[in-house]
Design a protein. Structure first.
Length: 338
């Protein structure tokens, strides 16, 4: 008897990453002395199927370059990309069929109707018209745009236009949805609406990767993330593990009058005089501020107002890259700054 016949063929396992990138490098022509711009300097990452994954980093970090390569819009200089186990270089078309892309800029015809935009897009990818109309209804309803299906797209609100971009990308039923800064520059209400839509899409089984420079966006959406800075991944892992690293908070306290010559000692905090009437304090995020105020009060120090010293994402970047991120364009959302 042939014993090897009993061994089952390797089944396609669930553990094949939705996206696998190995030592990806990209040098654009140009740059100083025409030496080229090294946008990616050896990036490797895996995104598990079903994941909601953020690629977080400041402007110029290389996020769009990475997304561009994965979606075949940009040629790589070196390295490899596979999508659900399909090598992008060897089987480009098959790999591309797995992907839906939502670019940062609105790029549909404002003089077309949402329904037509979706149906024509699917048609371009070979979906028969009847099937395309069926799918368009599903996607427009999911995007809360069904009532707007036959209105001129130009008349949609900003948030609706963004959701239309997502609905369009979903028309090919991608297993991997990639969004490049989907909410950059949109107000918080629109952003929240988009988050809801994206969560629903992810919950229904589509793997999602998005790039963002909003920490809060990554925080509220993503299970895993990679932080990219100047063409390199500087941190990668579960969102929760990363947030644990952000457990220290810095404040500047404006004091009534002058600070005493010797400052009180408050356990668990680091207290410094920034100047004669400003206290610089660092403390664990979980620590009770009232305790700090009480101790200061006891020492005769009255706090007039307080400011957060730096926003969390800046803090994070300072820690990860060992450099001052003030000059980069990393942002937190308005409510974080407030
Ligand atoms: N087409 C291009 N030609 C030359 N340089 C580019 C091009 N696209 C991007 N770059 C440069 O590559 C680096 C990474 O850019 P990009 O991938 O757009 O970053 P991000 O999306 O994170 O803001 C930047 O220094 C940028 O100026
Ligand atoms: Mg970009």
């Amino acid at each position: 008897m042939n014993q090897t016949a009993a061994v089952p063929a390797a089944a396609p396992t669930l553990s094949v990453p939705a996206l696998s990138v190995r030592d990806l490098r990209k040098t654009y022509d140009g740059g100083p002395n025409k030496a080229g711009v090294q946008a990616l300097k050896g990036v490797s990452l895996d995104v598990a199927p079903g994941d909601f994954f953020a690629l977080l980093g400041p402007n110029g970090a290389g996020k769009s370059t990475l997304i561009g390569i994965v979606s075949s819009l940009v040629n790589l200089s070196a390295g490899s990309v596979s999508i659900f186990g399909i090598d992008l270089a060897r089987q480009r078309d098959a790999a591309m069929r797995m992907i839906g892309l939502v670019p940062q800029e609105l790029n549909f015809n404002m003089f077309e109707k949402p329904l037509d935009i979706l149906v024509n897009y699917a048609g371009f990818y070979g979906v028969p018209r009847e099937e395309a109309i069926r799918r368009a209804e599903v996607e427009l309803k999911r995007a809360h745009l069904w009532e707007k299906a036959t209105m001129m797209s130009r008349t949609l609100s900003g948030g609706m236009k963004r959701r239309l971009m997502i609905a369009r990308a979903m028309m090919t039923q991608p297993r991997l949805l990639i969004l490049d800064e989907p909410t950059a520059g949109v107000d918080i209400e629109i952003r929240r609406g988009m988050w809801k839509t994206l969560k629903e899409i992810n919950a229904a089984g589509t793997t999602i990767i998005l790039t963002t420079h909003y920490l809060e966006e990554a925080e509220s959406l993503c299970r895993n993330l990679a932080i990219i800075d100047r063409g390199r991944i500087v941190e990668q892992g579960p969102m929760k593990a990363l947030l644990a690293k952000l457990d220290v908070e810095g404040f500047l306290l404006d004091i009534d009058g002058h600070l005493p010559p010797s400052l009180p000692v408050i356990e668990g905090t680091t207290l410094m005089a920034a100047d004669d009437h400003t206290l610089d304090i660092e403390m664990p995020r979980a620590m009770d501020l009232n305790r700090v105020f009480a101790s200061l009060n006891e020492a005769g120090i009255r706090v007039r107002s307080m400011r957060t010293k730096s926003n969390r994402l800046e803090e994070l970047f300072v820690r990860l890259t060992g450099e001052n991120a003030q000059d980069s364009t990393v942002q937190t959302t308005p409510e974080q700054v407030a």
